[in-house]
Design a protein around this ligand. Structure first.
Ligand code: ASP
Ligand code: MG
Length: 412
């Protein structure tokens, strides 16, 4: 029988009543002739509570025990979902990560999936089981310890199962009804997209659109898993939600698919560093060792052998960056005049695979911003994305302006 993966996020399994509603959807797909693999998150808020308990108990906690504790939320919802399905006369059972087994690396709290042997679950499907309810977010290390995949990791569990079992599709049920051209809280004209390409979704996810864990999109792209994001609170027909798919499956699309943003960025400038071979390595090596996620980098023109180096990072990493740069200066690895931190900036990006074949997107973006008097501080581009840093107070205006300029409220 064809296999469907259905993933239910925390809000979709937050109460027994919602679990019943989710189970009914699963029951309908079973009636449609699918064997279903259900991946569940913990009830919403549960994982945060568990993380809090760990932190309160132990300051420098043992990551193996952290995983033992925080993985437990999914154990509860998996069992409850299986019970609910059984009450509906749907043959179902629950599977913990280690029972599958979902094999991961030993990187506790951020483990990566190594393999999902399908035999155990396939054998049960062969015996008449119709639904395997699998606890999301968790696996087992080579040492036999429980691991977790990082926050939001059950999206990745779901896509990995879809790839391993060759599922027809992976449906991600969540509390929004799809992927939007931008955050509807910022622009009332935001429009739900029927389809979006993997690469566009990957950019949007890593730019902070919280619908899907970034790694799940990477995995879906690699294994060409058709992903559908849809609401568990609405009645959906087969056109509901947003399909994240290969660009070949998108017939017509706008040049720009969406406007993404991240509010809490900082622009850091090292003033007057020596412009010599190895200087970038001497700056960005220590920053990466200090765990600073550097995003944009600009090296300015140099004069008399000195230059200014600008980079951006999340605001909450400014302190770390300052400590790392001061240490590098004190040890003589680098020499600069001053480190200036501008913590009132935000990043706005336009994303779309159409940019590969259409010129003029950057010009249009800059013109639109300049008409509103918004100053651009840093620009970076990739094949399918243009990002700018601007003053944070203009963020909403910039997003709305770009949404209008690229006419994103209209489907092409
Ligand atoms: N429950 C985990 C979390 O809140 C995993 C997930 O829901 O995806 O991060
Ligand atoms: Mg999630």
């Amino acid at each position: 029988m064809p296999i469907l993966v259905m993933k239910f996020g925390g809000t979709s399994v937050a109460t027994l009543d919602r679990i019943r509603r989710a189970a009914k959807r699963v029951g309908r797909e079973v009636a449609n002739g699918y064997d279903v693999i259900v991946i569940v998150s913990a009830m919403s808020g549960k994982t945060n509570e568990l993380v809090g308990w760990v932190e309160e108990t132990s300051h420098l906690f043992d990551a193996r025990e952290y995983d033992a504790v925080v993985s437990s939320g999914e154990q509860v919802t998996a069992g409850l979902m299986a019970l609910t399905l059984q009450e509906m006369d749907v043959p179902a059972r629950s599977w913990q990560g280690w029972q599958v087994p979902l094999l991961t690396t030993s990187a506790h709290s951020a483990a990566r999936i190594v393999d999902i042997p399908t035999e155990n679950i396939a054998a049960k499907f062969g015996e008449g089981m119709r639904v395997a309810v699998v606890a999301g977010f968790q696996g087992i290390s080579p040492e036999g310890r429980i691991t977790t995949l990082g926050r939001g990791g059950s999206d990745t569990t779901a896509v990995a199962f879809a790839a391993a079992f060759g599922a027809e599709r992976c449906d991600i049920y969540t509390d929004v009804d799809g992927v939007y051209t931008t955050d509807p809280r910022v622009s009332t004209k935001a429009r739900k997209l029927d389809r979006i390409a993997f690469e566009e979704m990957l950019e949007l996810a890593s730019l902070g659109a919280k619908v899907l864990q970034t790694r799940s999109v990477e995995l879906a792209m690699r294994y060409k898993v058709r992903l559908r994001v849809l609401s568990s609170f609405e009645d959906n027909d087969e056109h509901a939600g947003t399909l994240v798919c290969d660009e070949e499956d998108i017939v017509e699309s706008n040049v720009v698919a969406g406007v993404a943003f991240s509010r809490d960025e900082a622009k850091m400038t090292l003033i007057s560093v020596a412009d010599r071979p190895g200087i970038a390595a001497a700056i960005f090596g220590p920053l990466s060792e200090a765990g600073v996620n550097v995003d944009m980098i600009v090296q300015n023109i140099s004069e008399e052998g000195r230059t200014d180096m600008t980079f951006s990072c999340p605001t909450d990493q400014v302190k770390r960056a300052q400590v790392a740069m001061t240490a590098a200066k004190d040890s003589g690895e680098i020499n600069y005049h001053e480190l200036v931190a501008d913590t009132d900036v935000a990043k706005v990006s336009v994303v779309g695979i159409g940019m590969r074949s259409h010129a003029g997107v950057a010009a249009k973006m800059f013109e639109a911003l300049s008409r509103e008097g918004i100053n651009i501080k840093v620009i970076t581009t990739s094949e399918i994305k243009i990002s700018v840093l601007i003053d944070r107070k203009y963020l909403e205006l910039a997003v709305q302006t770009l949404h209008d300029a690229f006419e994103l409220e209209r489907a092409s």
